[in-house]
Design a protein around this ligand. Structure first.
Ligand code: SF4
Length: 224
């Protein structure tokens, strides 16, 4: 019999490959659910998506982009004007300040264009690693990190890909075990899985294609 040099590592690597394969087969066309036509629109939509559903953001952005179509226009908007347009997304005062500030810095320091590096993106008001990873991955196709939103955090823990509880540490663990070529698709697929099957309360484990690979303590059904 062929001897494995490191059975533990290989077993865990095989499990991760199996999880990635199932996700790819189940959600082959998963994409970002936030409607956008440019890096700027995606940046705005992602800032607005904090503590808010993508569906709600998509209801708000058409009028927002029509009224203030460019970073320069948004920089010149008043806070009450912005607040009125984004009120239903929650935390609208902070978000209005972020949008106005994002418009300003992109206009004044980045020549009106959304930058394509993590350090530059992190200088934009309202943009933390999650938003930066969304913009880099979804728009620029640059895999600099892995988006860790509420779905990715919950499911990475359920699948025992990490024991961490903060997005930064979960991201670091995922970046260590998932091939970089899959970082962007992994995010979209896990978010789809989190919305459709592995929901926060009472996950639909009996219908889950990952069930045979999952030992989550809060599983609602187990075949093994
Ligand atoms: S088996 Fe249940 S807990 Fe595990 S990934 Fe599937 S839905 Fe989530």
């Amino acid at each position: 019999m062929k001897k494995s040099a490191s059975p533990r590592v290989s077993k865990s690597a095989e499990r991760i490959t199996a999880i990635l394969d199932v996700l790819q087969q189940t959600y082959p066309n998963a994409v970002c659910a936030l409607h956008h036509k440019s890096a700027w629109q995606l940046t705005v939509a992602t800032i607005l998506s904090a503590q808010c559903t993508d569906v709600r953001v998509n209801l708000v952005t058409p009028a927002l982009f029509k009224t203030f179509p460019t970073p320069k226009a948004m920089a010149a908007a008043t806070l009450p004007e912005l607040e009125e347009l984004i009120r239903t997304t929650g935390f609208f005062r902070n978000k209005a300040k972020s949008l106005q500030g994002a418009g300003r810095i992109i206009t004044e320091e980045f020549h009106g264009k959304v930058p394509q590096t993590m350090p530059e993106l992190l200088r934009i008001p309202g943009v933390a690693r999650k938003t930066a990873n969304v913009v880099l991955g979804t728009w620029f196709k640059i895999a600099d990190g892995i988006v860790v939103d509420t779905h990715v955090l919950r499911i990475a823990r359920r699948l025992q890909l990490t024991k961490q509880t903060t997005p930064e540490k979960v991201e670091r663990d995922l970046m260590r075990i998932i091939p970089q070529s899959q970082w962007i698709d992994f995010t979209h697929r896990i978010i789809s899985h989190g919305r459709q099957v592995c929901i926060a309360r009472k996950p639909r484990c009996a219908d889950c294609p990952l069930e045979h690979l999952c030992n989550a303590p809060d599983k609602t059904f187990s075949s093994h």
